[in-house]
Design a protein around this ligand. Sequence first.
Ligand code: URA
Length: 242
Amino acid sequence: MAKPISLEKILFSQGFGTRRYCSDLVYADLVKVNGQLAEDPEERISTEGLILNVDGEDWEYHEKAYIAFNKPPNYECSHKTTHHPSVYSLLPAPLIERGVQCVGRLDFDTTGLLLISDDGQFIHRMTTPKKNIGKVYEITTPEPITQAQIDHLLNGVVLDDDPRPCYATACDLISEHVLAMTIVEGRYHQVKRMMAAVGNHVAKLHRTQIGAYQMPFNLAQGQWRWLTPDDLKQLSQSIEAK
Ligand code: URA
């Protein structure tokens, strides 16, 4: 059982502002703890299953933030963007305040599964090239996808900036123009460049899976959700399996 912590510290840890500001939120009657109006910012409370309500919005307590996000097109995976709005603009302010980062980036026009966290170790473990965790992309092409192209992807493709070939570790032809391809690296524009190298190209790119974790079917574009302990276990197992 986690040790009780002062409410002010809890609010601060969740990204609701400075400790002083969090304390003022309580004094302004803007904080509820498990449905009860809080009065004392120094009150020690258990974080187990804790639901806060801050200024009318419910907030599940999470010691660390691990979230799945369904990225829409035309958003950049960067805090300081150049041409498009940031994916972070679609997340609630407390998550941004906690310094969450994308676990690997998707191009502005790519859609689908992004993991986002404020746990630096987790981000490192998920992105380190040593772990080479599988990522599944659904690729829509203007030209029909041929068996020769699939064989080429599976046998390795040399891109122009690196003599080491990169491989698809699995290819599953969904229809003449849609291929589900798994890659384990994360080189710059890797999927688009691999498809160009085999003589096709990408009209639409959508990530559906990272390790054993699949995009939840009911997570709409632009929406996010907390990863559950089971989801995190699944992701850890994907790393450990390497
Ligand atoms: N490969 C790409 O080319 N783009 C992405 O966004 C992800 C992988």
